[in-house]
Design a protein around this ligand. Structure first.
Ligand code: GAP
Length: 445
């Protein structure tokens, strides 16, 4: 089995990710997130949110609706030529491909037969508002979250008294009718984006759009690296003009080396004044910003950073997935046995602490373990597990990336101590229960 298949299987078995609508044979490129998956996604989102709205200066949050006036998509270029993939179909096996993903542009990569001429295929997902399904009532599910930010640019600037340079951050669902979905949760039809739009003065000589672009590129590369992506598995690819998104004056794709190749996980774009000028034109509203200091009036430039929650999650999972030939724990029977570990960064792992009573037939041990679990579970992400030998339980926790296992044993009842086991070193230390909150806070921060 290749690495991605192993990750898919682990994620299904352990409650990270399930195929959507599985009892009906699944539903094209949609996935559901189980108890561990949802915790990991929450961690990613919280880490991004804190990075943008707390660590960075002068960025505030927003949460805009998924359904918006269709005029927005006219103005943004998504309904015209801007947001279409070129689609080709094999004349024999009728498989469809995105033209830009084919190395040979006129032969089917599966059966070698000729392909049809490319056709433009718009990726917007359509729906109808109200009871009548006619043209006048068409609406679209947003394909990117940032347009909700642009149309609220002046609302935020005025209500939150923001002065350029400033940013607006948003996390939310986006939808694209992708032609060739695939690679598990890499390319989905429904996904979540974490987007920050940073508004700048294009004629500021002290900090030019290129300076800001470099700043954001570096910030975003650091974010992935700080959360455990190895430098050698991450790169920033400058996109030449002919391949850029329709709105981008400059674009880099931050790519991760997935088991299926280098692929984009985040985009950093200099969108110039493309969006705000077009919204000004289409809405007949003046979206210029008035700079009180310099008395200048101008349409700001926007530097955008845009990362998918699921793509980021898949990169973290691929980076963390580790197999240990011959195993590390006493449960491993032979040298051929493989133990699996998720070496997730401690801020990302869905369970931080597992509480394990050594045996389940001694009531005092169970009571103590439950008491400890209840005292920690509000502050930390905890699991309680009393099923099977303690060795097997350690192995189960290693498999989902749990950082610490606390074992409550016979000595605990005598002297109020327990052992704390570290996932990465497997070292066990005996500590006093009363010191636990402080030790865990120090270790996990
Ligand atoms: N607002 C700019 C924008 O949407 P993009 O490069 O089209 O730019 C940004 O998308 C990010 O959103 C991507 O780097 C990726 O992480 C995520 N993304 C885009 N399409 C996706 C899809 N079909 N499935 C999962 N994630 C996707």
């Amino acid at each position: 089995m290749d690495k991605i298949q192993k990750i898919i299987s682990l994620c299904k078995q352990r409650g990270f990710i399930f195929p959507s609508s599985e009892i009906y044979n699944g539903f094209g490129s949609c996935y559901d997130f189980g108890n561990l998956g949802v915790e990991m996604k929450q961690n990613i989102k919280k880490l991004w949110w804190d990075e943008m709205t707390k660590k960075q200066e002068n960025i505030v949050g927003i949460d805009t609706s998924i359904l918006m006036s269709p005029k927005i998509w006219q103005a943004s270029g998504h309904l015209t030529t801007g947001f279409a993939d070129e689609l080709v179909e094999c004349k024999k096996c009728h498989k469809r491909f995105k033209l830009d993903e084919l190395t040979e542009k006129n032969k089917c990569p599966d059966c070698g037969e000729n392909l049809t001429e490319p056709k433009k295929f718009n990726l917007m997902m359509k729906t109808f508002i109200g009871p009548v399904e006619d043209k006048a009532n068409i609406a679209y599910l947003r394909p990117e979250t940032c347009q909700g930010i642009y149309v609220n640019f002046l609302n935020v600037a005025n209500s939150a008294r923001m002065r350029i340079p400033f940013g607006i951050a948003q996390i939310g669902k986006a939808f694209r009718n992708e032609i060739t979905p695939g690679n598990y949760i890499f390319r989905l039809r429904e996904f979540e984006q974490m987007e920050a739009q940073f508004f700048i003065n294009p004629s500021d000589k002290n900090k030019t759009p290129d300076d800001w672009f470099e700043y954001w590129k570096q910030q975003r590369l650091n974010w992935h690296i700080d959360l455990g992506i190895k430098k050698e598995n991450l790169r920033a690819k400058e996109i030449p003009e002919k391949d850029r998104a329709h709105y981008a004056k400059r674009q880099i794709d931050i790519e991760y080396k997935f088991p299926f190749g280098w692929k984009e996980i985040e985009g950093v774009h200099n969108r110039g004044n493309y969006d705000l000028s077009n919204h000004s034109k289409h809405s007949s509203q003046n979206l210029e910003y008035f700079d009180e200091k310099t008395k200048e009036k101008y349409i700001p430039y926007i530097i955008e950073t845009s990362v998918g929650v699921e793509r980021s999650m898949l990169a973290f999972l691929c980076e963390a997935y580790t197999e240990i030939q011959g195993g590390r724990t006493e449960t491993t029977k032979s040298i051929k046995d493989i133990e699996v570990m998720l070496k997730l960064n401690k801020k990302l792992c869905p369970i931080q602490i597992a509480i394990l009573p050594l045996v389940k037939n001694k009531q005092e041990i169970i009571d103590k373990a439950k008491e400890i679990y209840n005292s920690l579970k509000i502050k930390f992400n905890c699991a309680y597990d009393e099923q099977g030998s303690v060795g097997k339980r350690y192995r189960r926790q290693d498999e989902i990336g749990t950082i610490y296992c606390l074992t409550i044993d016979f000595q605990t009842i005598e002297d109020d101590t327990l052992t704390i086991r570290d996932r990465d070193t497997m070292k066990q230390e005996r500590i006093k229960i009363k010191d636990l909150p402080q030790i865990l806070t120090e270790k996990l921060n």
